[in-house]
Write a protein that binds this ligand. Structure first.
Ligand SMILES: C[S@@+](CC[C@H](N)C(=O)[O-])C[C@H]1O[C@@H](n2cnc3c(N)ncnc32)[C@H](O)[C@@H]1O
Length: 230
C-alpha cells in the first residue's frame, strides 16, 4: 500500500494546504500549536517530525526550538516536503528535510528529544512498527507526540459522519480534482483506533509506559503525548 499512498500524496501535494484549511474550517493549525505546547518542546531541542508532508507541524515546532535547536521534517513523499522550504525560508527556522519511510528511519538510536507525527500514522502500513521506530530514535525520557483523527461520539457523531462521507470527498474533487484521495481519508479515519485503543498500540512498542491524550472538538482529532522510557 505504501507506494500507492506515496503516489496519492504526490498528486495532491499542490492543493494539500488549501484542502486542509477548508476541511478543518481553519482549525488544523490550532491543533498543531496545542500539541507543540503540550509536548514541552523548548528552545535548543532536536525534534523529528515524521510524515511531515508540507511541514506545518515541523514549522510549529521550529518556532519553539529556534535557531539553537533543530527540526528534521521526514516523509517518504518528496513532492510534499518540497513545500516546506518556500513556507519557512522567510523565517529564521532551523528545519532540515529527510526523505524516507517512518517504518525504517535512517537515524541512530536516542538521537532526538521529541518525535512527532501529525495526521500521518494512520497512513503507515504497520502502525506499531512506525511508532516503534519513532521511539527508538528518541532519547530516554523524551517524548513521542501524535496528532491523529478520532471519531466524535454523542450529538456530533452523525453530523461528522455526513461531513466526512460526503463533504470531504466532494471538496477533494472540487479543489484537488481528486475524489479518491479524500475517500481514502474517510476510509482510513473511520477505521483507525483512537483514545485508549490507540494508547494500547503505542504501548506495544515496549518503549512507552505512560501516555496522556486530549480529544479536540468532541473527538474529531486527538493529541497523544507519550513518555519514552526504554
Ligand atoms: C495527511 S499527510 C500529513 C502531513 C502533515 N504531517 C500534516 O500535519 O499536515 C500524511 C503524510 O504522511 C506521509 N506518509 C504516509 N506514510 C508514510 C511512511 N510510511 N513514511 C513516511 N511518510 C509517510 C505522506 O507522504 C503524507 O505526506
Amino acid at each position: 500500500m505504501s507506494e500507492s499512498v506515496k503516489n496519492m500524496f504526490s498528486v495532491v501535494a499542490k492543493k494539500y494546504d488549501l484542502l486542509n484549511a477548508l476541511m478543518s474550517f481553519g482549525t488544523h493549525n490550532s491543533w498543531r500549536k496545542k500539541a507543540v505546547k503540550l509536548s514541552g518542546a523548548k528552545s535548543g531541542m532536536s525534534v523529528l517530525d515524521c510524515a511531515s508532508g508540507t511541514g506545518d507541524f515541523a514549522i510549529e515546532f521550529a518556532k519553539i526550538t529556534g535557531i539553537t535547536g533543530k527540526v528534521t521534517a521526514q516523509d517518504f513523499c518528496k513532492e510534499m516536503l518540497d513545500y516546506i522550504k518556500p513556507k519557512s525560508q522567510k523565517q529564521n527556522f532551523n528545519i532540515e528535510v529527510s526523505v524516507g519511510d517512518v517504518m525504517n528511519l535512517e537515524f541512530e538510536d536516542n538521537t532526538f528529544d521529541i518525535a512527532s507525527i501529525g495526521f500521518g500514522i494512520r497512513n503507515v502500513d504497520d502502525t506499531v512498527k512506525g511508532l516503534t521506530e519513532m521511539t527508538r530514535v528518541v532519547k530516554n525520557g523524551g517524548k513521542i507526540i501524535i496528532l491523529e483523527t478520532g471519531q466524535p461520539e454523542g450529538f456530533f457523531k452523525y453530523p461528522f459522519k455526513l461531513y466526512s462521507n460526503i463533504i470531504i470527498p466532494l471538496l477533494g474533487l472540487i479543489v484537488a480534482g481528486n475524489i479518491s484521495a479524500y475517500q481514502y481519508f474517510k476510509d482510513t479515519a473511520s477505521k483507525f483506533p483512537y483514545g485508549e485503543n490507540f494508547v494500547e498500540l503505542l504501548k506495544k512498542t515496549g518503549n512507552v509506559k505512560t501516555c496522556r491524550y486530549y480529544p479536540q472538538v468532541f473527538g474529531v482529532s486527538y493529541i497523544y503525548i507519550g513518555e519514552v522510557n526504554k
